[in-house]
Ligand binder design. Structure first.
Ligand code: PLP
Length: 280
C-alpha cells in the first residue's frame, strides 16, 4: 500500500504525475527529505525529524519548511492508512521549479516497510567499509558540501550500496581516509562495548540520527553509558556489537565486516531493540 498527501492536507494519487520535469528536485537533486517511521498510527521522533528537515533547509538556503503543513500531511496519511502496522513516511521538499517563484514542491508519502529491511532487522547483515572522502574539519571548512544535511542528492550513497553488493555485502560503513568511522549511506553506526554505546560525532560531517538519539536516551535511562566520540575502524572488530540504526531499519546488527565475522551480538541486539522499543 502507498498513500500520498500534499502539503495542503489533501490526498493525491501516488501513481499519477505530480512533479514537473523542470522541478529542481528532479533536475539537480536540489531539495531535502526525511524518512519517518510510524507504528500503529503514531509517528516516531516526528519532532526531531522536522527539526532536522528545518536544519537541512537552512543549510541549503531554502525557505523554512511549513512545519504545520508537514505535520498535517503525516496525519492525513496515517489517518487513511489501511496497510501494515508500520509505515515509512517519506517527507520531501524541493527547491521548486527552475526559474519559478521559489515555491517549494512538497509531499509526504506513506509506504510499507520493504521485505529487505524487515529481513535485515531480524537476521543482521554483512557490511563493507568504504572511503567517503571526508576528513575531520571539512564540514566546518566547506559548508557548501552540505555535509550533514539530508539533501535529495543520494546518488553517491546509492552507488556505495551497489559497490557493497559487488563485494558480496548488503551495507556500507563509510570511513575517513585516516580510518575513522563515519556512518552508513542511510544509517548511523553504533558500537557497543560492555554497557557503553558509542556513535561518531556529527561534527565529522555526518547526519545526527534520530534513531540513535532515541536509543541513547533509553539506554542512558537504563543505566548504560552513552558516548559521542570518534571510532577507529579497527575498534569495530573488538567491539561486543556493531549496529546500523535508522528509522526504517530500527537497530540492525552487523555480523560481518569486510568479510570477517564480528563477535556474536545476537543477545545484545535483542537487549538494544528492547531498550529502543521501551522509548515508545
Ligand atoms: C546518511 C544517513 N545517516 C543516518 C541516518 C539515520 O537517521 P534516522 O535514524 O534519523 O533515520 C540516515 C537516515 O536515512 C541517513 O540517510
Amino acid at each position: 500500500m502507498r498513500l500520498l498527501a500534499l502539503l495542503d492536507g489533501t490526498l493525491a494519487d501516488p501513481d499519477a504525475p505530480l512533479v514537473r520535469v523542470d522541478d529542481l528536485g528532479l533536475l539537480r537533486g536540489d531539495g531535502i527529505f526525511e524518512t519517518i517511521l510510524a507504528v500503529d498510527g503514531k509517528p516516531r521522533e516526528l519532532g526531531p525529524h522536522l527539526d532536522r528537515l528545518a536544519r537541512s533547509a537552512a543549510m541549503l538556503d531554502m525557505p523554512e519548511p511549513d512545519r504545520a503543513a508537514f505535520e498535517r500531511a503525516v496525519r492525513v496519511v496515517l489517518d487513511n492508512w489501511t496497510g501494515g502496522a508500520e509505515v515509512a513516511l517519506k517527507a520531501v521538499l524541493t527547491r521548486g521549479i527552475e526559474g519559478g517563484d521559489g515555491t517549494p514542491t512538497g509531499f509526504v508519502m506513506g509506504m510499507e516497510i520493504s521485505a529487505k529491511a524487515l529481513a535485515q532487522r531480524a537476521e543482521g547483515l554483512a557490511a563493507v567499509t568504504l572511503e567517503r572522502g571526508i576528513e575531520p574539519g571539512l564540514a566546518e571548512r566547506a559548508p557548501w558540501l552540505l555535509l550533514g544535511a539530508k539533501s535529495l542528492s543520494y546518488a553517491v550513497n546509492m552507488a556505495a550500496l551497489r559497490e557493497a553488493e559487488r563485494r558480496g555485502a548488503a551495507e556500507v560503513v563509510f570511513t575517513t581516509s585516516s580510518g575513522s568511522v563515519l556512518e552508513g549511506p542511510t544509517s548511523t553506526l553504533i558500537a557497543a562495548r560492555g554497557r557503553t554505546l558509542t556513535t561518531p560525532p556529527s561534527t565529522l560531517g555526518i547526519l545526527p540520527g534520530t534513531t540513535q538519539a532515541a536509543l541513547f536516551q533509553a539506554a542512558e535511562r537504563a543505566g548504560w553509558t552513552v558516548e559521542v566520540e570518534p571510532i577507529a575502524v579497527d575498534d569495530l572488530y573488538t567491539a561486543d556489537g556493531v549496529f546500523l540504526a535508522s528509522s526504517v531499519r530500527k537497530i540492525t546488527r552487523v555480523h560481518t565486516l569486510d568479510g570477517k565475522s564480528l563477535p556474536d551480538s545476537t543477545a545484545l541486539h535483542t537487549t538494544l531493540t528492547t531498550l529502543y522499543e521501551s522509548h515508545y
